[in-house]
Design a protein around this ligand. Structure first.
Ligand code: BGC
Ligand code: NOJ
Length: 815
């Protein structure tokens, strides 16, 4: 069962039933002002930081789900009947409902009793505001007396206090009302630096700014007192819960429409600014903006600019394959999700509160992998910013706060995979752009002035960090955890049960090893070896980097191999994890994927054996699970991984982020059928038909899908902000379709289903456009018989980097 459909030409997902199993959301705004909007107008927005600069209140774990956010009510002044054209908050059945989530905008239309209301929400590019363009149309044959009420519940304080210290907030709310604009100046008294406003293009017939006056003392958002009465109370909030609500009376003749614009905006005063009169909002800064965007013509222009922005962004890579679901993901939705994850990492969604996590070092570095062709400059900057939170010893702060750029000292470092992502993403950046100058750019360590060193030196310390921390099997020490945050093999010292401490065994020593990091190290060092061929700024030579990779490969081949697959780790006692010797957790996806991507065991059949084992033991109809068998009981030797019930999250769900590592390995091995089969199993568009099982949006990836050990197998959780987006995009575009940047050009090496007769890709690469057509006359899964560039056959599969601003034809024949 589905709740809507894709409109590919419009690049929209169209939801036709408001009661989706979870809020199905979209993001509006992509720089400073960011909002989430659900298919019923819910969600929240913030400026730069979802904790300290939040505009709209959001109630976590609320029931019913996702109430609040952006409220609109239409009221029939004669009958007193009212409804929300976005279905929520009133939740009155509509005669017609449709939500269209597009790129950076959402339109919701709801019709009731012949009154049609359409509202489009978007952030004009470059502005710190969201516009709601509302059109109300009388589609009936009688004149109608209507009223429109807006509603926003503000949250302009530390949003954490909203949960933990709200007695304070109950006393800080202050507003000013001028004309049709409600200024929200909570906290302005003390900090004088920012305020919010909720403006309206119409002359208003009333307003409310105190929540209880609007709702009544015991009424909910579905039955506000003001709507019951049909009259705003003109309440002025002092403390308690400030809101913004406008009342606009509309008399509409049959067929008549009226457009009303609401603007919810944020303003941060210049550093040295003082208020003109104590405590009075500096309205002069925003009045011109309000005037500008209350004008539909400016909004039309801004909307066109948004549309052009996306057309331009997406044109960097477009495909036409025999599979429409692949096309809609690659051409639109996956690329779109990638830009959202690049901006927000894992901070703010319907499942991430925006209060705690900030931005993750490993998360953000992986997010860059999928946007290099779209936003090379921003990726470059982000990589350099992340380098600043690298620690002097080569490790990294695991998280940082976007507002300050500071590493989070409380969490600190000790996730020993972190530094390798810096190497991998830098190498990917250089392959995409050819810009080796990034390696000369200076960045500090640990946010500490005076510690500047070129990025090349940062990469070197990353290498040394892992190399110097190897355990009894010459494999890298895992530290607190590697990619799998919950595989905590050194966690005894956090645990009150110290029975593992014996005369022979010191529980405080870090001893556990990770085969995953070993694979990652080999991958990263091969990349460094290739990079060292391009530039001499790296401290060691290509041969020397290759030497490290070879030595680590030998350790994996030896202690990392279990007979039919790669082991996952060694625990504190040097017992293997991910081995047939274990009762549970015998085989894991992560180490097999990462060692496979690093091509360990490509020469002796091990990689293929590992992939066969993954297929046999881990692949389910809903994707590849993290490990099998899942852990049935908590085990303090392994930590948090065993704290989840079997089949959820790190304990054996389909953790979608890891599936592309298997797709990539299969593709590299030439198994196009398998690679694409795995791609489709977790592809959101391909799961649209089972939306009542999958539950989250069919247009974006979710972090996990419950595994077969869970009673809710097939159910996705935590959609939108996940490294799944970037890696799946890399897997499908660079390894299955097989067009990937390399230092000296664009490699074409498809691994596709044998029954595809070919596909086309148009891709920008280093200031040239490549129109690539792949033909598969013999129905093979992989292998290239010939490549012609602009009509001339070339040797090999690497199309040169022309860098000439021109379009080049590339014709690839498989065979
Ligand atoms: C979750 C992980 C997550 C980590 C982040 C853990 O509790 O299970 O999925 O990566 O927290 O802090
Ligand atoms: C989500 C975290 O954001 C990511 O960093 C981690 O690798 C995965 N969970 C797996 O634990």
């Amino acid at each position: 069962m589905s709740y809507g459909h894709f409109d590919d030409d419009a690049r929209e997902y169209v939801i036709t039933d408001p009661e989706t199993p979870r809020p199905w959301i979209n993001y509006i705004g992509r720089k400073d002002y960011v909002g989430m909007i659900s298919n019923t107008g819910g969600g929240y927005s913030f400026y730069q930081d979802p904790r300290y600069r939040r505009l709209i209140r959001y109630r976590y774990n609320n029931a019913p789900r996702n109430v609040g956010g952006r409220g609109l009510y239409v009221r029939d002044a004669e009958s007193g009947e009212y409804w929300s054209p976005t279905w929520q908050p009133a939740r009155v059945d509509l005669d017609d409902y449709e939500c269209r989530h597009g790129l950076g905008y959402t339109t919701i239309s709801g019709t009731k009793n012949s009154v049609a209301t359409d509202v489009t929400y978007f952030v004009p590019p470059g502005e710190d505001l969201e516009a709601w363009r509302v059109t109300v149309t009388n589609e009936g044959s009688e004149a109608r007396s209507l009223q429109l009420f807006s509603l926003v519940e503000f949250c302009l304080w530390d949003a954490m206090d909203d949960i933990s210290n709200y007695q304070r907030n109950y006393n800080t709310g202050e507003v000013e009302i001028e004309g049709s604009t409600i200024y929200q100046k909570t906290e302005y008294r003390e900090r004088r630096e920012h305020f919010a406003y909720f403006a309206c293009s119409a002359d208003i017939d009333g307003f409310d700014t105190q929540r209880d006056a609007f709702l009544g003392n015991y009424e909910g958002f579905d039955q506000p007192q003001v709507l019951e009465d049909g009259a705003a109370t003109d309440s002025v909030a002092h403390g308690w819960a400030p809101i913004g609500s406008h009342q606009i009376d509309l008399d509409l003749e049959p067929g008549e429409s009226e457009e009303i614009v609401f603007l919810l905006g944020f303003h941060e005063n210049p550093e040295d600014e003082k208020w003109a009169e104590p405590g009075v909002v500096n309205k002069e800064y925003v009045e011109p903006t309000i005037e500008e965007y209350c004008d539909p013509e400016s909004l039309d222009a801004a909307f066109d600019e948004l549309d052009e922005f996306w057309t331009d962004q997406l044109s960097a890579l477009q495909v036409e394959t025999p599979d429409p679901e692949t096309d809609r993901m690659v051409n639109t939705w996956n690329a779109y999700q990638n830009t959202v994850t690049m901006n927000l990492a894992r901070s703010a969604s319907m499942y991430e509160t925006g209060l705690t996590r900030g931005i993750g070092f490993r998360d953000s570095l992986q997010d860059q992998l999928a946007v290099l062709h779209q936003f090379p400059d921003r990726a470059r900057q982000r990589i350099l910013n992340l380098a600043k939170i690298q620690l002097k010893d080569g490790g990294a702060y695991h998280q940082y706060t976007p507002l300050t750029g500071e590493g989070n000292a409380e969490i600190g470092g000790g996730f020993n995979d972190d530094p390798m992502w810096l190497v991998m993403s830098t190498a990917a950046y250089v392959k995409e752009t050819g810009d080796t100058s990034i390696l000369d750019e200076e960045a500090v360590f640990e946010n500490e002035e005076g510690t500047e060193a070129p990025l090349a030196e940062h990469l070197q310390r990353a290498v040394e960090y892992v190399w110097e921390r190897r355990g009894p099997h010459d494999l890298p020490l895992i530290g607190h955890a590697d990619w799998n945050d919950c595989l905590n093999l050194n966690c005894f010292s956090d645990n009150p049960d110290e029975s593992f401490q014996t005369a022979e065994h010191d529980i405080d020593e870090e001893r556990a090893e990770s085969v995953f990091i070993a694979g990652q190290f080999v991958y990263a060092l091969e990349e460094l070896a290739a990079l060292a061929e391009q530039t001499d700024v790296l401290p060691e030579s290509s041969d020397e980097y290759q030497q490290y990779a070879d030595e680590m490969t030998a350790a994996v081949q030896d202690a990392g191999w279990d007979g039919s697959w790669f082991r996952r780790a060694y625990d504190h006692f040097s017992d293997p994890i991910g081995s047939s010797e274990n009762d549970e957790g015998q085989i894991f996806v992560e180490s097999n994927g990462m060692c496979g991507m690093a091509e360990i065991g490509f020469n002796d059949g091990k990689a293929q054996d590992a992939m066969d084992s993954v297929r046999e033991r881990l692949a389910t109809e809903h994707g590849i699970v993290l490990h099998q068998p899942a852990y049935t009981e908590y085990d303090e030797r392994y930590g948090e991984i065993t704290s989840y019930p079997p089949g959820y999250k790190e304990n054996g769900s389909v953790f979608c982020h890891t599936n592309p590592w298997i797709m990539i390995t299969e593709a590299k091995l030439g198994n196009g059928e398998r690679a694409f089969d795995y791609y489709k199993r977790i592809c959101p568009a391909a799961r649209e038909e089972i939306s009542e099982t999958h539950t989250t949006e069919p247009y974006v990836y979710a972090q996990t899908i419950a595994g077969p050990d869970a009673p809710t197998t097939g159910e996705a959780k935590n959609s939108w902000l996940t490294g799944t987006a970037a890696w799946n995009y890399v897997a499908i575009t660079q390894y299955i379709l097989g067009v990937r940047p390399d230092h000296d050009g664009l490699v074409v090496d498809p691994s596709i289903p044998a029954d595809w007769d070919g596909f086309e890709m148009e891709r920008e690469f280093r200031d040239a456009t490549y129109e690539i057509s792949v033909e598969n006359p013999d129905g093979v899964e992989s292998g290239v018989a010939s490549v012609e560039v602009d009509g001339e056959e070339i040797d090999g599969q690497t199309v040169p980097a022309f860098e000439d601003g021109e379009t080049h034809d590339v014709r690839v024949v498989m065979g």
